[in-house]
Ligand binder design. Structure first.
Ligand code: ZN
Length: 719
């Protein structure tokens, strides 16, 4: 795709009323898109309703076509307007197929029997059903035979439920000689094998669809919606699913923190760039009328640009086939403002720190023992993702250069100064060995809570897989029992001057252990190989909360610190390396292990404590930084082919209005061979003054930041 300005008109419209889509005019729509400054659109071939918008011989045609061909006419109209046009195809979510072929239906393990994902209007068919697979393939073949799309997008290639249909049961039995387990148990190999099978099946289905497109049109990009990649395990897709996508893109409906996380995550995982951030112009997909404010829509567009990502806004067609034209006038203002930026977008993100996100850890040990017939598993909490999001929040607010990586990036761990393992609940031997090699080669590691305690197949050796790196080990007597500290609240007493200063005027951190799903702490052995930076303090009467009768408490409202146990909570371990450093680190590898998931807690003291620990690992200045307020996003992308850096600032307060910020200073360290030449503001073409510090960093000042500023720093290299 060439344009960063993308658009999708949702058309999930049935045909049981003749008025539906009666006013739809493909030419008028294409002209409207073009006038709005859009460069790339997606055309509905098959919606969740399952009625074809082209005169198919394979399935059922939408009644509104009446001799027309919406796909063909739209494609011709878009080509006439110079718009890039992708095909949209809804897989698995297909109401028409659900009606016509009851034997194709997904059989959800838990109620409701209908609409297990998104509600009772939606019919799901199973990708393991040979009949449905053949149908989908035949439709794709037909589409590619007749239409010259510029690319292909598949929506909904994930499991809306745990499917117990005969095809799924037979397949699991034949592949594993096991029956589908009745109970969730992340310590049982059979359950872990079933979940792995579901993920493998969905990747295989996604690849089947992608390869079908590639067989006819090897040159066009194909991608699957990446929206649920960070959802919990029940969707049944892992990161191998991205093998079916040339680049990553997906639709998201959360706030700024989600856009931060997902943009960095997709950038780190995608095979090619730009990645694509999709979102509705309305508050949510379920809302047809209520629009986001202009400034929020604009902010989401600029946020995408700041990551070098494309933006695709989604609007939903009125049932009659018209749209709210006023919305397009508003969108035009935003799309037009992106045009001057486009030549300067893209590049390699400058990242010192990597937040590690694990697909195997999008689950919760508190689910163990729950029946698969129980509803609610679909929306289970994910402590690992809470911790990862917390790390992202803290790093962004501190303007530290960071990225989000996955197991597919293990080979390039050495390019990071620090790697963060945020309560990684399940790891495999390959991951553990890669982390070990990274640290013993001079890398710096922060790991928290249950990281490396449980293997992906459910095995719990009763010790950290990375105990030799952490310099400490779990003291849990029962192998894998990490919940025996679960009581009301525990305290972390800092033992290091920097950490003590970080939380002042507090003298310690409180860590709430009151729930299965919330923050927690792993009990550690008293003996450690590393230096103890923080110890455990427990309240009076702990772990009981006390009552009016037993008087086993010290203060009636709260449970203040009482007993300094000297038990380690934070351990710093220096590992002498045989060959010196790598990955920007010199000398020794170093790990800080925190038994508590400090980064999970959204509180200033936890944040400063966490950042102080990272500061110990970073050793010196990060590659870039700014004194801008925490809600400003600073991003830097390196474009070595053009010998320049794209430096962006986004004013991203949590509430409207966006108030201008004056006098932001920032710095960026260039590699020694690069000589900075000119710093230019793209929007105004203004040349900004800069100086070079003794340490070789470019230092400059942005006099005023309204919503977004993109600066270009050109450099030359020594001959
Ligand atoms: Zn099935």
């Amino acid at each position: 795709m060439s344009s960063y300005r993308r658009f999708l008109l949702d058309m999930h419209i049935p045909d049981w009323d003749q008025a539906f889509l009666s006013a739809y005019d493909p030419r008028e729509m294409a002209a409207r898109w073009s006038a709005a400054g859009i460069g790339s659109v997606m055309l509905y071939c098959l919606s969740h309703v399952g009625l074809a918008y082209w005169p198919t011989k394979v399935g059922t045609v939408h009644g509104a076509l009446a001799g027309h061909d919406f796909v063909g006419e739209s494609l011709a109209a878009c080509q006439g307007e110079g718009l890039e046009a992708y095909a949209y195809y809804s897989a698995i979510f297909n109401n028409q197929a659900w009606h016509e072929h009851p034997d194709w239906r997904i059989v959800p393990s838990a109620p409701p029997a209908i609409g297990s994902f998104m509600g009772k209007r939606y019919g799901h068919v199973c990708p393991n059903n040979a009949g449905y697979r053949g149908f989908a393939i035949a439709q794709i073949d037909e589409l590619l035979e007749h239409y010259e799309f510029d690319g292909f997008f598949f929506d909904m290639t994930f499991w809306p439920a745990i499917c117990l249909c005969p095809s799924c049961r037979d397949r699991f039995r034949s592949e594993s000689s096991l029956e589908i387990p009745e109970t969730v148990d992340w310590s049982a190999s059979s359950w872990c094998a079933f979940q792995a099978a579901r993920e493998h099946w969905m990747t295989e289905f996604a690849l089947l669809l992608t390869n079908r497109v590639k067989a006819q049109r090897p040159g066009i990009p194909v991608y699957h919606n990446a929206a649920v990649l960070l959802h919990n395990w029940s969707r049944g897709i892992d990161f191998d699913h991205t093998d079916a996508s040339d680049f990553l893109g997906g639709d998201f409906y959360g706030g700024g923190l989600e856009q931060q996380m997902i943009s960095r995550f997709m950038t780190g995982l995608s095979r090619s760039r730009p990645v694509e951030f999709m979102t509705s112009r309305t508050m949510h997909l379920k809302d047809h009328v209520q629009s986001k404010s202009f400034s929020r829509i604009e902010m989401q567009a600029f946020a995408a640009m700041s990551f070098g990502a494309a933006i695709r806004f989604i609007d939903a067609i009125d049932p009659s086939g018209t749209v709210n034209t006023g919305v397009y006038r508003e969108l035009a203002g935003i799309y037009q403002s992106l045009i001057p930026l486009e030549p300067y977008l893209g590049g390699e993100p400058v990242e010192d720190i990597a937040v590690y996100v694990s697909d195997r850890s999008r689950m919760n040990f508190s689910e163990n023992g729950r029946s698969i017939h129980e509803s609610g598993l679909r929306s289970g909490s994910m402590p690992h993702m809470t911790a990862a999001l917390g790390a992202v929040r803290a790093l962004q607010r501190a303007h530290l250069p960071f990225g989000v990586i996955t197991r597919k990036a293990l080979a390039r761990l050495g390019t990071y100064k620090v790697v963060i393992l945020p309560d990684v609940l399940r790891m495999d031997e390959v991951e553990i060995e890669a982390i070990r090699k990274y640290v013993t080669s001079g890398g710096r590691l922060y790991a928290s809570r249950r990281s490396s305690l449980t293997l992906s197949d459910g095995m719990r050796p009763g010790t950290f897989g990375l105990a030799d790196i952490f310099g400490c080990d779990t003291a849990s007597d029962a192998p894998g029992d990490v919940t025996n500290l679960a009581g009301t609240i525990a305290y972390i007493q800092p033992k290091d001057c920097d950490l003590i200063r970080a939380v002042l005027p507090q003298t310690m951190l409180s860590h709430d252990l009151g729930t299965d799903d919330g923050p927690g702490m792993v009990p550690l052995h008293m003996e450690t190989q590393g230096a103890v930076l923080g110890t455990l303090n427990l309240p009076y009467g702990w772990p009981e909360a006390g009552t009016v009768e037993d008087q086993d408490w010290a203060s009636i409202h709260s449970s203040p610190p009482w007993n300094d146990t000297c038990r380690p909570v934070i351990v710093e371990h220096v590992i002498n390396t045989a060959s010196g450093g790598s990955g920007g680190c010199t000398g020794c590898g170093r790990a800080i292990y925190s038994a508590a998931d400090i980064e999970s807690v959204d509180h200033w003291a936890h944040e400063r404590f966490f950042l102080s620990l990272l500061g110990r690992l970073l050793d010196g200045s990060p590659t870039y930084g700014t004194d801008a307020p925490p809600f400003v996003w600073m991003n830097v992308l390196h474009q070595p082919m053009d010998q320049r850096y794209a430096i962006s600032f986004l004013n991203h307060p949590s509430d409207d209005p966006v108030v201008p910020i004056h006098g932001i200073t920032f710095w960026l360290s260039l590699p020694p061979a690069c000589i900075p030449r000119v710093l230019t503001a793209v929007a105004t073409k203004e040349v900004l003054a800069f100086s070079v510090s003794g340490a070789g960093a470019v230092e400059a000042r942005l006099e005023r930041l309204d919503t977004f500023q993109l600066l270009i720093l050109d450099y030359s290299t020594e001959p």
